[in-house]
Design a protein around this ligand. Sequence first.
Ligand code: C5P
Length: 240
Amino acid sequence: IEIGTLIYQGKAKGVYETDDPQKVVVEFRDDITAGDGAKKDNLSEKGFWNSIISAKFFELLEEAGIQTQYIELIKPGLMLSKKLEMIPLEVITRNIAAGSLLRRYPFEAKQTFEPPIIQIDYKSDEYGDPMLNDEIAVALGLIDEYRLKIIKETTLRINKVLKDFLESKGILFPDFKIEFGYDADGSIVLGDEISPDTCRFWDMETCDTLDKDLFRQGESGVIDAYKKVASMILDDEDKE
Ligand code: C5P
């Protein structure tokens, strides 16, 4: 496959055209940001590990019958993907209370949610990613009721697959953010990434944080934590 021009540049990823109009290459960069870009750094190997971790999760989800953008890792850092028209929604799922939820509402830290909470934010740097409700999302023309329902149902299935898998590997899964898009047929397909940049992962035994919260809190060992996630979730055959 031929990699063409850059068609989208995000804070941590880039998307390139290819010679196939229905495929793109997603580049996972080493750039890391927090607080809407207020905190920035470049951490060597972050793109490498995030692409490998995302690929593993996309493979698991495909096996469970959930459509994702993933085609293959060309090499670590470069993911051949289905071209999607992205929907500007950040779909957050919460199994355990953490992060902004505790700053905004009187939940107890580490309180569990069964069923999980789904929170949908508007992906907009200009407006600071405000939380939506269904009526606001529909009124803004971002989505319709029917597709919102599909997104919520699919998100709950994704949560179940990932949470069960992660717990079997000794990792708690407090929350995560995903994004969806439309493929050429208009089907809703999981896009973006699922990585320590976009999830909270807690080591079940040590209670260690193994995600971007380390960076948000200005702690060291960010890449070591990402590597630890990879080593805990990958089989020996994946590691080759
Ligand atoms: O910040 P908050 O606690 O609401 O984040 C919930 C989850 O969504 C976390 O796993 C976080 O990494 C993820 N998230 C994200 N991108 C955002 C906001 C949240 O990946 N813009």
